[in-house]
Design a binder for this molecule. Structure first.
Ligand SMILES: NC(=O)C1=CN([C@@H]2O[C@H](COP(=O)(O)OP(=O)(O)OC[C@H]3O[C@@H](n4cnc5c(N)ncnc54)[C@H](OP(=O)(O)O)[C@@H]3O)[C@@H](O)[C@H]2O)C=CC1
Ligand SMILES: O=C(CO)COP(=O)(O)O
Length: 341
């Protein structure tokens, strides 16, 4: 078996735990760090993450480390899987603790709240000179942890690093592809969370399957338009990290973002809906950042903006739908499929 570098996974929620278990089962020496020492101790004892991945048996080889410095010390790769709102501060915390040769990866989906900066921009600013990769694609943590077949993609400017990390995750029931379009891969993973709220709202209002398909397709159009304006490659957006994750999250009830939309569509207040979900719902912050990026590039993204307005309580789901349906008739692709938009 190839000798893999030690992997430190930071973030012991559902996705961090599932990825750490996957790598560990693959023979990668893996440490899982979380900020809740008690929860980590319970995981070590029961080999189960009772809060975030109940009833999944974690591999015996997986190590749990509550001390951040010890978790990253000697690790060849640090994989961040904390929510996007904690991403920048996590980078600041690990910066003085890392060995010189440690490379950085992340499976977080979103932007820096308040600035719309991409996570790879934060990594380049705060941890310069290190190979960096994003792990993304259609992958519900629970299904991956159960060993159900899944496919993701790992993008990096450093081909060798993307390939190495993909190999460390690749498993009989887990296909990890690789690529070099970090921005495109990040954009798809972030934007699909906002669009999942839109289809959730429509389904919560019982608008039917036509509405759902229309929203997914026109949502894909918004992803392509913003992505191409930002320099993403269209094929990345049409791949696992874009279309793949969009379809999953817009149709699968395991999605927290879709479930937020379902609740809003049924008339539940946003705070109550988020409370009931009890886990990270990235769209709540990402919707603002998508709107910020769209405005910066002079783009009108009606579905994404409608979601943002509903999340802020500026319009009700009914008013949001009315506004979408009242838009003027126009060609489906006035500028061709891949722009210029
Ligand atoms: N779940 C999934 O299927 C997938 C999730 N992702 C992405 O992974 C990221 C993490 O999501 P996920 O694991 O699902 O989230 P969960 O809600 O399952 O868990 C969140 C985890 O983050 C921890 N956390 C919260 N704030 C901080 C902080 N400031 N510093 C350190 N840790 C913190 C929580 O700790 P505590 O319990 O102490 O609050 C908890 O362990 C998100 O960006 C999500 O979009 C991507 C693909 C699949
Ligand atoms: O990103 C995910 C699947 O790929 C998880 O989606 P949610 O965050 O909506 O649950």
């Amino acid at each position: 078996m190839a000798a893999y570098p030690t992997l430190a996974v930071l973030g012991a929620g559902s996705w961090g735990t599932a990825l750490a278990a996957l790598a560990s089962r693959n023979g990668v020496m893996t440490r899982l760090w979380g900020r809740d020492a008690k929860a980590l101790a319970a995981m070590a004892e029961t080999r189960e993450n009772q809060r975030y991945l109940p009833e999944i048996q974690l591999p015996v080889e997986l190590q749990y480390q509550g001390d951040l410095a010890a978790a990253v010390r000697g690790a060849g790769i640090v994989l961040l899987v904390v929510p996007s709102h904690a991403f920048a501060s996590m980078l600041d915390e690990i910066a003085p603790l890392l060995d010189p040769g440690t490379n950085i990866a992340w499976a977080t989906k979103g932007f820096e709240p308040g600035t719309g900066r991409f996570l790879h921009e934060l990594v380049a600013e705060k941890l310069p000179g290190r190979a960096a990769a994003v792990v993304t694609g259609p992958s519900f943590a629970k299904e991956v942890a159960m060993g159900l077949p899944s496919a993701v993609t790992v993008h990096s400017d450093d081909d060798a690093f993307a390939h190495q990390l993909a190999l460390m995750l690749h498993a009989p029931n887990f296909r990890a592809y690789s690529g070099s379009d970090v921005l495109g891969a990040e954009l798809g993973g972030a934007m699909k969370n906002v669009l999942a709220v839109a289809t959730g709202v429509a389904d919560g209002m019982n608008l039917g399957l036509n509405a759902r398909a229309g929203l997914i397709t026109r949502g894909m159009n918004e992803m392509l338009r913003l992505g191409v304006a930002l320099g993403a490659r269209p094929e990345t957006l049409m791949g696992l990290s874009g279309l793949g994750d969009l379809v999953l999250t817009c149709t699968g009830d395991l999605s927290r973002n879709r479930r937020l939309g379902l609740a809003l569509g049924r008339g539940v207040a946003i705070d109550e809906a988020v409370r009931q979900i009890g886990q990270v719902v990235e769209s709540v912050v990402t919707a603002d950042e998508v709107a910020r990026l769209a405005a910066k590039h002079g783009l009108d993204l009606p579905i994404s903006n409608g979601v943002r307005a509903v999340l802020h309580g500026e319009v009700t789901p009914v008013e949001g739908l009315k506004a979408l349906m009242a838009r003027e008739q126009k060609p489906e692709y006035p500028e061709g499929l891949f722009g210029p938009f």
